[in-house]
Design a binder for this molecule. Structure first.
Ligand code: ME8
Length: 508
């Protein structure tokens, strides 16, 4: 069985999760579900990033011990994952013993290979990004210096271990050249390549001015730099350093899903750390765009943080899952607006797919005694519809392999609209009086179309599509892509249809 390993970022537990966190994990979940549907053995990893100065400070501000604080906030991310219906196979926390062991093993391996040396760091650091910046990257306002992300930076001077990153510059450029799909989309790839070309400095990978981190082996005055610690989670969960671990066969990861803010860490530091320790780098890093809320940056201080759970309560889980991936090309920035959401949900889900299902299933109920008509020969009038249906799973799979979620959904809904055109042209309700065999054939073809749509849409809207497949009489064990070639038996009893999508009234 082919294997697929997919990851989300591990989220900082400095604050409650919001729509941005739900988005990255949702994209990962949809691909994980698609690959399972396509017969892959999938390992889908998510989790929380719990060390570092930023989390330590958030715990202090909350007046809590950092471990108790991270236990509490990490739980919010688990709850969100449950409410979003994510199908992850593991949820890693960087404060777990397995992770400390992996980080320390990786450190010792880098040390053994002379990739690490002790020195002193002097330079700019942004706690909010947990990142070092060069002086030429900063801007100044009112006497305060800021990183390109907008995070304020402070001067840091302390003893530190360094990773020989500069040594890997040429290797990285060659690696990007040899693996053109390693970073996507292309705009991010270009950005990374030009950053690496401009010259890489050795990277400070330990801190001595606070203690909330993984201790450096044999030098407990140092804790590991939180990004070395955090990135390592992807191999911890695969069993590192135990090459005989059951999950090690999943490594290297197929796609690390990240937001564009953290592409530098994943596309530069991470492959360099791995190559330097003799571990294969991941196959791909996809950096998606940024959500804004009704045109404004999402931020706590603006009070416009979108709570995904409130959206689910208002619109339903599958509506939220559908909208987030349908509305904005993955990779581009997007704006969240309720009116856009309502018009998508009404126009595409309720009016197009819901209506097709309802019309078809009601006619089968009324005119065929609720029993599935026999599989019928296709005539010329059916050819166009079947050309689309037959190619749909392959087309959707190729688009999802390229993380083009909105195009995958667009392709599916193009076919749904065609099927709506087909029912309008064929008029099975009129055929009842003139040509009963043709009426049965048309309804059977429409049933086949709905089965294909519901099958390929399962990763996006698992609950609603399960209900649709129930209404279509497709057994639970026959819902894989490969099952589409198996014809359902004539006479299968179909339950009375019930609406799958509700129409939402736009707020005044
Ligand atoms: O960076 N729009 O964690 P983090 C879209 N711990 N996506 C958004 C978003 C927005 N407005 N806001 C956040 C970290 N995200 C590190 C990661 S991985 C080894 C360590 C998503 O809690 C997006 O995926 O700051 C972004 O990369 C991630 O949340 C940052 O989460």
């Amino acid at each position: 069985m082919p294997t697929t390993y997919l990851t989300t970022p591990i989220y900082y537990v400095n604050d409650r999760p919001h729509i941005g966190h739900a988005y990255t994990s949702l994209a990962t979940d949809v691909l994980a579900r698609w690959k399972r549907l396509d017969g892959h053995e999938v390992f889908f990893l998510t989790g929380t990033d719990e060390h570092g100065q930023k989390v330590e400070k958030a715990a202090q501000d909350a007046g809590m011990d950092p471990q108790a604080f991270t236990d509490q906030v990490s739980q919010h991310f688990r709850d969100l994952a449950d409410r979003m219906g994510f199908s992850h196979d593991d949820f890693i926390r960087t404060t777990e013993p397995r992770h400390k062991a992996a980080c320390q093993a990786l450190w010792l391996e880098l040390l053994r290979r002379d990739e690490i040396y002790l020195g002193a760091y002097e330079g700019w650091y942004a706690v909010r990004d947990e990142a070092f910046y060069g002086p030429d990257e900063l801007t100044e306002r009112d006497g305060v210096k800021y990183a390109p992300s907008g995070a304020p930076v402070a001067w840091v001077k302390e003893p530190s271990y360094f990773f020989r990153l500069s040594k890997w510059q040429d290797w990285l450029l060659d690696f990007y050249e040899r693996n053109p799909d390693f970073i996507a989309p292309a705009s991010r790839r270009n950005e990374v390549i030009s950053f690496v070309r401009s010259g890489l400095q050795d990277l400070s990978i330990s801190r001595t001015s606070f203690t909330w981190g993984v201790p450096v082996p044999n030098d407990p005055a140092h804790v590991m730099y939180v990004w070395l610690d955090a990135l390592t989670n992807y191999i911890t969960a695969a069993g590192y350093p135990d090459a005989a671990a059951e999950r090690w066969r999943f490594w290297p990861a197929d796609v690390h899903f990240v937001g564009k803010d953290i592409v530098r860490f994943h596309a530069i530091y991470w492959p360099a750390f791995l190559e330097a320790s003799g571990i294969a780098p991941p196959k791909r890093v996809y950096a998606h765009g940024w959500w804004t809320n009704e045109g404004q940056k999402i931020s706590k201080s603006l009070g416009n943080v979108i709570d995904p759970i409130a959206l689910i309560d208002e619109f339903g889980l599958d509506a939220v899952r559908y909208f987030l991936l349908r509305e904005v090309p993955f990779g581009s920035d997007g704006d969240f607006s309720k009116s856009a959401m309502i018009s998508r949900l009404n126009g595409e889900l309720a009016d197009t797919l819901g209506n097709l299902a309802n019309r078809t299933l009601s006619l089968i109920q009324r005119n065929c005694d609720g029993r599935l008509p026999a599989a019928a020969a296709r005539n010329g009038a059916d050819a166009e519809l079947f050309a689309l249906l037959d190619s749909l799973p392959g087309a959707v799979g190729r688009l999802l392999d390229a993380q083009q979620y909105h195009l995958a959904l667009e392709t599916i809904f193009h076919a749904v609209r065609e099927a709506n055109g087909y029912i309008t042209r064929q008029q099975p309700w009129a055929l009842k009086k003139t040509d009963l065999p043709r009426m049965a054939a048309v309804l059977r073809h429409l049933h086949t179309a709905l089965r294909v749509f519901a099958t390929v849409l399962q990763p996006f809207m698992p609950g609603t599509m399960a209900a649709m497949l129930d209404q279509l009489g497709v057994p639970a064990e026959a819902r894989q892509l490969a099952d589409l070639t198996e014809t359902l038996p004539e006479g299968t009893a179909l339950p009375p249809p019930a609406p799958l999508f509700r129409k939402i009234e736009a707020a005044a």
